[in-house]
Design a binder for this molecule. Structure first.
Ligand code: RRO
Length: 312
């Protein structure tokens, strides 16, 4: 029997596909729909301490080869997601879910993480170090000194399973420097990648989203090669205890297969989920299983990380 089950931070999941944070995860109704689909689990919209309305609309646009967004971190506030997850873990004790979060400052990040640490939440936490869309706030993970300081401070008190959501890096030296930082910490995973920040999409003579004069994070088919490179670069460099979640450009089962081949233990679907709805999970899972069957692979372990190189 071909299986796409996987394991992250010691928790088992029936399927390796789930939503990417930001898509289908702002409200409890959306989260329940992902939970009840073929997805193995869900991650919440990145939560800040308090409710945020986010940037003015239009702020997300699907385009033929992907998407562009400058949402600006709209969310219901930590308590909304945490209260729901606490209720859900009573209702579905055999399943594990992800909570995404970040503060508007390092201080706020610590306030949030201390609340999660003190709570009864038994799931997995993803710290988003890569939001590209809050005017005046650069992506944290492009600043290695700040990232190292925050992680040092966090792991002084945070004992639950924690991973980080990363922006794409584009230089081999940056892969080396980033990995040297992450390898100092007991991270459960790194998630590669968030949207490619600050692209510009034009229709006729105009931008398509209002915030930042049209600049926004790019997702979808445009970003798969960058996503795969980041997944594999960190798979090659990180301590084996730090798992990789692959995100970016997953439209088909073949795309998910490539993420796993590059080293991903879980694969997230963002733009495609926005375009197609939760039915995407069943379709992509079936396509992935068909590829595995054709190749004689029964589990993800049979091919994870086994990307082939061309000999010198
Ligand atoms: O809300 C957003 O604008 C947003 C976030 Br927090 C993120 O991490 N990635 C993205 O593309 N948009």
């Amino acid at each position: 029997m071909t299986s796409t089950k996987t394991r992250i931070a010691g928790f088992d999941f029936d399927n390796c596909l789930m939503n990417a944070a930001g898509v289908a995860c702002m409200t409890i109704a959306e989260l329940e729909a992902v939970k009840d689909s073929a997805a193995g689990t869900f991650v919440t919209k990145t939560a800040t301490l308090d409710f945020r309305a986010g940037n003015p609309e239009p702020r997300y646009q699907d385009v033929p080869l992907g998407s562009i967004n400058s949402m600006g971190l709209p969310n219901q506030g930590l308590d909304y997601y945490l209260d729901y997850l606490l209720e859900l873990q009573e209702r579905e004790p055999s399943r594990t879910f992800f909570l995404s979060l970040v503060g508007m400052s390092p201080e706020e990040t610590h306030t949030i993480l201390k609340k999660v640490e003190a709570s009864d939440f038994q799931g997995i936490t993803e710290l988003n170090l890569s939001c590209p869309n809050v005017p005046g706030k650069p992506q944290i993970a492009y600043d290695f000194e700040t990232t190292e300081r925050i992680l040092k401070e966090v792991f002084a008190y945070f004992t639950k399973p924690l991973g980080i959501k990363l922006p794409p890096y584009f230089d081999i030296v940056h892969f080396d420097q980033a990995a040297a930082v992450f390898n100092q910490f007991p991270l459960a995973f790194v998630n590669c990648v968030n949207s490619i920040g600050n692209g510009l999409y034009i229709e006729d003579e105009s931008v398509v989203i209002r915030p930042k004069n049209g600049f926004g994070g790019i997702g979808g088919q445009y970003i798969k090669p960058t996503a795969l490179a980041n997944v594999h670069a960190f798979y090659q460099r990180l301590n084996p205890e730090i798992q990789i979640i692959g995100t970016g450009g997953v439209l088909t089962g073949r795309d998910a297969f490539e993420h796993i081949l590059c080293g991903a233990s879980m694969v997230q679907v963002g733009t495609t989920l926005h375009k197609e709805g939760v039915a995407a999970f069943e379709r992509i899972t079936a396509e992935l299983k068909a590829i595995m069957e054709e190749k004689g692979y029964e589990s993800l372990e049979d091919f994870r990380g086994k990307l082939q190189y061309i000999e010198e």
